[in-house]
Each structure stands twice: as structure tokens, then as C-alpha cells.
Design a protein around this ligand. Sequence first.
Ligand code: ADP
Ligand code: ZN
Length: 727
Amino acid sequence: MPELIADIAVFAPLRQLFSYRVDESMRELIKPGQGVRVPFGRRRIGGVVVALRSGSSERLKDVSELIAQETLLDPPLLELCCWAADYYRYPVGMALRSALPGGLTSEGSGVAILSDFLYRSAEGSELPRGRKQREILDFIRDAGEVTLTQLRENFATPHAVLERLVEQGFLEKKQIEKLRDPFLSDPVSADAPLELTNEQQVAFERLQQAVNAKSFSPFLLQGVTGSGKTEVYLQAIAEVLQLNRQGLVLVPEIALTPQLVGRFRARFEADGYRIAVLHSGLSDGERFDSWRQISRGDIDIVIGARSAIFAPLQKPGLIIVDEEHESSYKQGEGFRYNARDLALLRGQKVGCPVLLGSATPSLGSAFRCASGQMEKLELTRRAHAGELPKVDLVNLSGHPPEQLISTQLQEGISTTLSAGQQVLLLLNRRGFSPFLLCADCGQTFRCPNCEITLTYHQKAQHLRCHYCDYSIMPPVACPRCEGHRLEPEGFGTERLEQEIAELFPAARIARMDRDTTSRKGAHQKIVRKMLAGQVDILVGTQMIAKGHDFPGVALVGVLASDAVLNLPDFRAAERAFSLLTQVAGRAGRTGGGRVLIQTYSPDHYALECAAAQDYATFYEQEILFRQELGYPPVGHLANLVFSGIGEQKVQKVAEALTAYLFDVGGPVEILGPSPCPLFRLRGKHRVQILLKAEKRSQLKRLLDYVEHWKVPTGVSLTIDVDPLDMF
Ligand code: ADP
Ligand code: ZN
């Protein structure tokens, strides 16, 4: 008699599915997308049912148990994950696992539902005796209501103190179901939809139609900085909610976009809509909690970074990918998916429109529009008063290299400060200086694991590798010649900050980069200070170019634009154009902004176009170059990276695969093997082969061979399909 067989993707790095027998007792419960535990070798591991069929169960083991009663992944989501695993050449079980909240897929029992406590001050105004107690009570009285989670962020160990305050009647305490998210607990005041500009109205009406059609259609919303893309998102989402469907909004990095979350909350929370924010600060338990609320249908809008593309919404009515050009949508290790591309696919599978938004669309998205695969909606002007800023290129040739800030920029800063306005300065390199150099013998200091120079951090007093975090104390004397003239060479944001402080001693200066924002809430604090006008000059890396609307900024200065332009990557021009246009867009949000870009290559089209804020011309030039060399979006790439100990050995293995691929033949260009730009990383040697194909099917065929090729032990091979970063 045929029995029910489940094909299961187990949570292990294995490509194939495994078959198990489903016992009578489980028949009713088990469906595709269900999480299960199965015997595997001597252990038991988790997995997801991918398909069910009837067949002979001879020699098959039984499914042991369900991980959860409800199905973990509905059919479109399951299909999406399986497709992505296949496309990005990643073990399907591991891909499914990364789509699920950590707590659910780890070994051991289920996840406890988290609880939190809400504290409210009781009647009365007298104060407790202890200083700590008074501080906490003051804090709670100021805020009205505070959760334990919030208190924990502000005080070291409040629990015992709180209990005493409750006992003494100063506080009331209530248990609430869930930990409140820091993104969702700050109060916001409700706002109403703005009256749309003509251009916004046109874009909105197209989206309205598409949302109501409840079928897949892809859109690119290309709008200059400050053109009011977010308002279009908000009104389109309102339309989705009307239809009893849900909105999914992807952003490059949640921590950098508190303002966007705030705007969604202001618009929708007062009407009773529920928003979930998925971000990396959530614990496993919190993540699981949100995940369950979403899958139960208790959430109307999900806002999240990359991995939120897998959020288990039942009926998405619109998927938005904000700042779609950002490379953070691509996961850099493990399951190397691109959430922007998966958004389009998910829209196809569930049948809903997908909206990609940017002031500087990725070349790929612009190419799709040009070839008619995606509809372009355009916002060419700023939404209110502010004209686009005036951008000037400052030619650095002949300029003394030790003078980081040109006379022109210095004057610009002075004028802006005297007018009581704010300045943004972009230098895309953190630390004090990119290296320390012995002035006597030329010795520099390199990372023993990665072979790149160690960045000098003055305040922290160390030399640090920005790839593997290796760090040492800066030596007092040169280890080679014993000279004492070890000097910092070049500039990072830390040094820029110091330099600026010397030039403008009266100015209030803040710095925003990975070093100053690593502590929780630190980034938001800088943003708040900027908004409150407590900062005159904000110095920072590309972080300052993202997601903020600082109305007080009148001048933006870009210090070393050539560093971005000269990266050894075919996308260098695209990156530079996009970064410069985005940062320039931070100037003059309320009118009359000015931008100064210092450069050694003022004739480069990426800079000229960024200065003119002219996307169309940039695209025309850049696409020609891509066409000529067969690079994406015209051609298709996959990068094969070998890594292991021993240069010779890794190189040999890479050569062997190259030879094999040449044998297999086909029209795909095989470039390499060649050392990766970072040829040593974390102690391993790295060699890459780049595959470049005109057609996707050709690339796929060759990758099938790669996948079946046996990699010798001691060397590992990673396949990166549609790579973005090839270091
Ligand atoms: P973008 O996301 O395109 O950079 P935003 O959505 O942040 O632009 O809008 C920039 C500013 O313009 C915001 O302060 C926003 O409130 C305002 N704005 C947007 N649309 C309108 C409108 N239709 N009328 C008035 N102000 C608007
Ligand atoms: Zn290193």
C-alpha cells in the first residue's frame, strides 16, 4: 500500500532533499512548509517539508515530530526560498533556515514567549530615599510609562530597585505580553497624508491601479533627493491597507533609518494599524515573537532590512524596496541572496506590485526600465520649496596633498557657519589615518592575516585591520630601523574631525562613522543633536549620506572623492556617482544648498554627472562601458572564490577547476584564476575565477558543472552569483 512520503530539506549544508515516511498519526497535520524534526545519522535535526507524495516507504525512517503546529512557510514563500537556494547555489535547508527566526530552528525545545513589564508612576509626589531610586523614578515620571526593556537600556541593574519602588507604592507594575521594540516605543505624533504634487500624484495613481489589480507589476520610482518618495510609499501603502492586505517595506539598514520608521508610525498607528520592525538588534525570542505575529496576520506593515524579504505575511499587497541601489541588500556571506531581486520574485509569486525607489537607481533597475521590463515613475523636483543644491567640483591637482581641506571648502564652511547653518563633511574612510609610516626607512604596518595596511586609530591608540579586526598598540619605535619618527599618513574621519576643530575652534563638531556609532542608540543620538541644531559640522563616512533629512544643512563637502572612484571594481563609477549624488542631496533641503566636491579627476563623467545631478547622462555613458565589456546588467557574472592555507595549494586547485571548465566548453568567458584583491584574508589565501556570460542560461549550465566538481579537502569554494563586492 502506498504511503505518504515527505521530501525534506534538513538544516544542514547539503544540497539534496531527504525522504521520510509520514506516520498515520501525522497525516492530517503535515503540509509542505511545515517544520519538522527527523532522525539523521545518529542525531535528530530540524528541517522543512518541501513536498509530499505517495510512494513506497521501504527503508525510510519516520518523521519524528513537528517543530510547530502552524506551517512555517506558505507555498509562495517556500517556493521563493527553494528557488533562491537553487539560484544562489546554497544548500536548500540552510536557505530555508535563514528565512526563519533563529529561535525556531535551533536545536532544543521551542522558544518561550517573552514577557515584559510596564511601569507607571503612582499618585503622589514625594520621593524615595535612595539616589538610584530617585533617578529611576524621575525617569519614569518624565516618560509617563516605561517598559523594563527601556529601563535596562538606561540603567545598569534596575530590577531590584524597581521591585522596591513597587513595594513602597511609588510605582505600579503591569505585565505585558511582549517586549516593546525600541523602534516602536518612542512616542510619535500622528500626521495626515500630504497633498501630493503633480508628479507624486501621477506616480501614486499608477501604483493605486496596480495595487487594486492585485497582480504582479514591477515599478521603479526614480525621484531626486527630497522629491517626496516616502510620501508616495505612505499613500500607496494606505491603499494596500484599505484592501485588507499588508505592506512590506525593505530598507538598507534599520539602524540608519529611524526617521522612516517614525513616518510610517505617525501615519498609520493612530488608525490602529500595527507595524513590526525587523532589525538586527532583536534577540532570537523577539524575532520569533514578531515572526509569529506576522504569520498570524496580526501585523499590517513590516519594515525591515534585507532578511525581512522572508517575513511570513499572508497577503502582501505591495512590496517596497527603498534605496534599491544599496549594496547592503546583497548578503555578503553564506546565503548570498539579493533581497531587491528576491522582492521582484516574491511579488511575482504572490501576485502583488513591487516598487523599487531611489534617487540613483542601480544600473540594473534602470536597464530593466529601458528594456521595458519595469515601469518607471519619475519625480524630477523636490517636493517643497528647496531647489536642488548647486554643486561645484574643486580641482585638487597642484594642491598640496597634506592640506586636506582646500581653501575653497574652508571659505565655504566659514560662510555657512557665520550664517548659522550646518555643514556635512564626507570622507569615506574611518580611523585617524590609513597607515602609519616610518619617516626614516619607509616601514609600514600590515595585518598578518590580511596583508593590508593597518589603520591608525589615535583616540583608541591602536592599529587595526578593517577586515578582520586584528589590532596592535602603535609601536614607539620602528621595528626595522628603530627610528622614532612614525607618522600617520593620509586622512580618516578621526583626523578630519581634529583638523576641523583646529580650523574652526568655535564650531560644535560631531563625527558619524562605524567607530562612533557602535554603541546602541549612539547613531540616533547624533541624528537628534543634528536635528536640534546642537551640531555645526558633522563629519562622517558614507553613513552621513543615508536616510536622513537634516533641514539645517546648507553646505556639503566631499573630501576624497577619488578614493571611491579608483576602487578596483567595474562598479566604481556607479558607486561614486550614487554616493556623491546622495550626499549632495543632503544639502539645502529647505533651499539654497551648496555642495563642494574635492577631486583630482574633475573631468570624470561620474563626477560631472553627479555635480549636475544628471542621472540620465550618467546612465547613457555607463551602460556603453558595460555593454562593451559584457558586464552586468548587460552580461551576467558569478565569482568563484577558493580559499585555504598555502598559496600554491589554493592556486593549484583553482587552476584545476579552470582547466575543467575550459574542457566543458561553452560560450562563457572564464577569467582567472587570479589572486583576489584581498589575496589574504583572515589568514587564508584567496584566489578567484570570474565567470562572465552573455546569457543567464549559459552561466547556469556552467555553474552546474562547478557544483558537481569535487573540491579537494583543505580548500573551500564559495560561489557568488551576481556578486556585488569582489574583494
Ligand atoms: P525622498 O524620500 O524622496 O528623499 P522625502 O519623502 O523625505 O523625500 O520628502 C522630502 C521632504 O518633502 C519631507 O520633509 C516631506 O515631508 C516633504 N514632502 C513630501 N511630499 C510633500 C508634498 N506633497 N507636499 C509638501 N511636502 C512634501
Ligand atoms: Zn586582517
